[in-house]
Design a protein around this ligand. Structure first.
Ligand code: UDP
Length: 495
C-alpha cells in the first residue's frame, strides 16, 4: 500500500468527471479505491444535480468517505433545457451542448481549488479529470499542480477514439476502410464503425471544435489512468502508451459494490423492477440459459430494429431479460407504447415465463452475476463490457455510439469473446439473423459458443487477479494504483 500518512499529512485529490452515468460511476469507484488504499482526502467536483445523484449512489452503499463539492452551473445560460446537467435526459444531437457547457465550470473549479489551497495551506496534490474535459488542465497549471486524465473506457477503444478525433483519418481516404494512426498498419476500421458525428466531422463542425482541442489538452496532461487491466488488453495498452508517450496506469475493473437497497441499484437509479423479482425469475431458470439485453444508460435501438429483435427472440425460444426503453427518435424516458412490440408479445412471454421486460433501468450487476445468465446482448459501453466479462459472460455486440464499435472490434478480433449482431440505429436487422447469432453465442457446449465462453472465463480470471492474487490484494491493478499514488506523492510535477 502506498504510504501517504508518514509525515505527509492528508493530501487532497480533486476529481472532475464528465456528467454522464457511464463516467460518474467509474469516477466514484476510482475515488473509493484511492481513498481506501491510501486514506488521501478525495473530493469529486461536479454540478448540483450530479452531486445529488452521487449522494444517492453513495447512500446505497454505506461507509463511503468521499467529499462532494458543488460547482455552480446554469443549464439555460448554456443553451440547454432547464435543469439538465447530465446526458441522461438529453437527445443525442444535444449532447454536444453539454460538453461545451462543461467549460463554464472552469471558473467555479478554480474557486474551489483556491478555497482548498487556503484552508489546507497548500494546493491539492493533483486534479484527476475526464479525458473529455481537457480544459481542467488550465486550472491545474495555474496552481502548478499535476493534471491526470482519466479515461473511463478501455485502452484500445480510447486510442481509437482519440486518434480518430485528432486525425480524422476517414476524411483522408476515398475508401470506406481506413487505417487509424497509432494502430499497426494492417489494422483497418470501417466508416460504419464511426458514430454519425465523427463520420461527418471535418474540423469545423461543433463536435470537432470541442473534441479536437479538449483531447489535445488531455494528451498534454501529466499521465493517464485507464479503467482496464494490463492482462486483458496487452495490445491496446502498448499502442496507447506509445501514442501518448505518457505513463498510463491501469486500475480496472472499477466496479461499484452491488446494492444493499432493493429498489435502487449501484448507480443510485431506481430499478424498473424490484431486484428480488428479477432474482426470483432468474432462480427459476436453468444454469447458463438466459440472454440479458440492455443498451446502457443512454442508448436505444430503432422501432423497426426493436420489432425484429422481439421476433427473433421469440423464435429462438431462449429465456431473456430485456431492459427496454422507447425506440430511437422518441423520448427515451417517456411511456412505453405496446405497439412498438409484436402484437401480444408481452402477454405471451409473461404467460410462458420465457421473458422478462424491465422498463427503463435494470439491476445490471445483479443480473450479470446470476448463474442463469448465458450471454449479454449489449451496446458495449466499456462498463457493461467489464461487468459482463467479470462474470465470464460472452457478448453479442450491437454498438450504438461513442467508442462502442471499437470495443466490439477488440472483443471479436483480440479477445474472441463476442459476435457483432449489427451496428447503429440505421441498420436493417432480420429476425432470422437475431435468432442465428443468439443460438451461436448461447450454445456453449461446443463450437464457437464454447470457445467464446472459455475465453470469457479466462478473462474473468484475469479481471479478478488484477485485484486479488493468491488471496492477497496485490494484482496488477492494485500495484498500478499504488504506483500512481507514490508517483504523484514523490513529485510535485511528474514531467
Ligand atoms: N446500467 C444499469 N442498468 C441499466 C443500464 C445501465 O445498471 O438498465 C449501468 C451498467 O451496469 C453500467 C452503466 O450503467 O455500469 C452503463 O455504462 P456503460 O459504459 O456500459 O454504457 P453507457 O451508459 O455509458 O453508454
Amino acid at each position: 500500500m502506498a504510504d501517504t500518512r508518514k509525515g505527509e499529512g492528508h493530501h487532497h485529490i480533486v476529481m472532475v468527471p464528465f456528467t454522464a452515468h457511464g463516467h460518474l460511476i467509474p469516477f466514484l469507484s476510482l475515488a473509493r479505491q484511492i481513498h481506501e488504499r491510501t486514506n488521501l482526502t478525495i473530493t469529486i467536483a461536479t454540478t448540483p444535480l450530479n452531486i445529488q445523484y452521487l449522494h444517492s449512489a453513495i447512500s446505497s452503499s454505506p461507509n463511503t468517505n468521499i467529499n462532494l463539492a458543488e460547482l455552480p452551473f446554469n443549464s439555460t445560460q448554456n443553451d440547454l433545457p432547464p435543469n439538465i446537467e447530465n446526458t441522461e435526459k438529453l437527445p443525442l444531437p444535444h449532447i454536444i451542448k453539454l460538453f461545451q457547457a462543461s467549460k463554464s465550470l472552469e471558473t467555479p473549479l478554480h474557486s474551489l481549488i483556491s478555497q482548498i489551497t487556503q484552508q489546507e495551506g497548500r494546493p491539492p496534490l493533483c486534479i484527476i479529470s475526464d479525458v473529455f474535459l481537457g480544459w481542467v488542465s488550465n486550472v491545474a497549471t495555474s496552481f502548478g499542480i499535476n493534471n491526470i486524465s482519466f479515461t473511463t473506457c478501455g485502452a484500445y477503444g480510447t486510442l481509437a477514439y482519440i486518434s480518430m478525433w485528432t486525425n480524422l483519418p476517414h476524411r483522408k481516404v476515398e475508401s470506406e476502410n481506413f487505417w487509424v494512426p497509432g494502430f499497426p498498419k494492417n489494422y483497418t476500421f470501417h466508416v460504419s464503425q464511426l458514430h454519425k458525428h465523427i463520420r461527418e466531422a471535418d474540423g469545423s463542425d461543433s463536435w470537432s471544435r470541442f473534441f479536437i482541442p479538449q483531447i489535445a489538452l488531455s494528451m498534454n496532461s501529466n499521465g493517464w489512468i485507464c479503467n482496464t487491466v494490463e492482462e486483458i488488453e496487452p495490445l491496446g495498452l502498448k499502442l496507447l502508451r506509445n501514442y501518448l508517450q505518457l505513463p498510463v496506469w491501469t486500475v480496472g475493473p472499477l466496479q461499484p459494490p452491488t446494492s444493499q437497497n432493493s429498489s435502487k441499484n449501484h448507480a443510485g437509479k431506481e430499478s424498473g423492477i424490484p431486484i428480488e423479482t428479477c432474482i426470483e425469475w432468474l432462480d427459476s431458470k436453468d444454469q447458463s440459459s438466459v440472454l440479458y439485453i440492455c443498451f446502457g444508460s443512454q442508448n436505444t435501438i430503432s422501432a423497426t430494429q426493436m420489432m425484429a429483435l422481439a421476433e427473433g427472440l421469440e423464435e429462438s425460444e431462449k429465456p431473456f431479460i430485456w431492459v427496454i426503453r422507447p425506440p430511437f427518435g422518441f423520448d427515451m424516458n417517456g411511456e412505453f407504447i405496446e405497439t412498438w412490440l409484436p402484437k401480444g408479445f408481452e402477454k405471451r412471454i409473461r404467460e410462458s415465463k420465457k421473458g422478462l421486460l424491465v422498463h427503463k433501468w435494470g439491476p445490471q450487476l445483479e443480473i450479470l452475476s446470476h448463474k442463469s445468465i448465458s450471454a449479454f446482448m449489449s451496446h458495449c459501453g466499456w462498463n457493461s463490457v467489464l461487468e459482463s466479462l467479470s462474470h465470464g459472460v460472452p457478448i453479442i455486440g450491437w454498438p450504438l455510439a461513442a467508442e462502442q464499435a471499437y470495443n466490439v472490434k477488440m472483443l471479436v478480433e483480440e479477445m474472441g469473446v463476442s459476435l457483432e449482431l449489427t451496428r447503429g440505429v440505421d441498420s436493417v436487422v432480420s429476425k432470422e439473423n437475431v435468432k442465428k447469432v443468439i443460438e451461436v453465442v448461447m450454445d456453449q457446449e461446443l463450437g464457437k459458443g464454447k470457445e467464446m465462453k472459455d475465453k470469457a472465463n479466462q478473462i474473468a480470471v484475469h479481471l479478478k487477479e488484477a485485484i486479488v492474487e493468491n488471496g492477497e490484494e496485490k494484482g496488477s491493478s492494485v500495484k498500478s494504483l499504488d504506483d500512481f499514488v507514490s508517483t504523484i506523492l514523490s513529485s510535485k510535477a511528474i514531467i
